[in-house]
Ligand binder design. Structure first.
Ligand code: GTP
Ligand code: MG
Length: 252
């Protein structure tokens, strides 16, 4: 494993990224109970198990395919090679809304750990969240934390370092396997969409493990990717299927 590891905190607005960042770094960045507080990326450094760890706090974002300035800051950083591990901070008190971004992050095929934050609220409501099962379905560790009370920090960083170590051999392996299909993706789309993803993948230059993400992004009409990879999508994939891809993510 590299000597210095960069861990990026990403998640929906207001899910507790900066609170978590402060809890690790002892920094006192502004935290307030409304979305859009963080507009720039912020860095801090800690040491753990003899590793130097650079922590990066990012602005909130609902997806990697959207275009506000804050969202671009997050997206550009998260897809860059600077990031060794992604900590996807999820507000467990509104879990469903958070998982769209989670699926996009998994498609990036980088090491991901889910920080299941706000577990105090979930417990107070008497909800019994099966994080173990969620972790099985998504194929990545899912660690319960309460950023505001500094609970779960050690376990989360441990999981993040472990993912970084394993990263040479990453392939998220979700559990819900149909025996005849080897699934190494977080989710599989309807077969005609998968076919188009494959066709687009064949047309883009090899970019590590990122080709599937790029192909899906292109088909989702991600403008930044479309500028970088000017393919004739109509010719390859026919009519636009971006809505269907988005909907299938939500359905999943
Ligand atoms: N109950 C509870 N509240 C929390 C927890 N973590 C953070 N909060 C609160 O959630 C609110 C938002 O926290 P921030 O850390 O600013 O969230 P953020 O994700 O950085 O927000 P943006 O930068 O705007 O995207 C604050 O009021 C925090 O005190 C937690 O584990 N439990
Ligand atoms: Mg913040």
């Amino acid at each position: 494993m590299k000597k210095e590891i960069t861990v990026a905190f990403i998640g929906n607005p207001n899910c507790g990224k900066t609170t978590l960042f402060n809890a690790y770094t002892g920094a006192n960045l502004k935290v307030a109970n409304w979305p859009g507080v963080t507009v720039e990326r912020m860095e801090g450094a800690i040491e753990d198990h003899g590793h130097k760890i650079k922590l990066v706090d990012l602005p909130g974002t609902y997806s990697l395919t959207s275009y506000t300035m804050e969202e671009s800051v997050s997206r550009d950083f998260i897809v860059s090679d600077e990031v060794d591990v992604i900590v996807d901070v999820v507000d467990t008190s509104s879990l469903e809304r958070s998982l769209y971004l989670t699926l996009q992050l998994l498609e990036l095929n980088k090491p991901v750990v889910i920080a299941a934050n706000m577990m105090d609220i979930v417990e107070k409501r008497g909800i019994d969240l099966d994080l173990h099962r969620l972790s099985e379905i998504l194929g990545v560790p899912c660690v319960p934390v309460v950023a505001r009370k500094k609970k779960g920090l050690k376990a989360l960083m441990h999981a993040a370092l472990h993912q970084a170590e394993e990263s040479n051999a990453i392939n998220h392996q979700p559990m819900e396997i149909e025996r005849d299909i080897v699934r190494d993706h977080a989710m599989i789309y309807t077969s005609d969409i998968e076919e188009k993803i494959g066709q687009v993948e064949d047309q883009i230059p090899v970019d590590a493990n990122r080709n599937r993400w790029i192909a899906i992004g292109l088909l989702e009409n991600d403008e930044v990717l479309q500028q970088k990879y000017p393919l004739d999508l109509k010719k390859i994939a026919g009519e636009s299927i971006s809505d269907r891809i988005v909907n299938e993510k939500y359905d999943y």
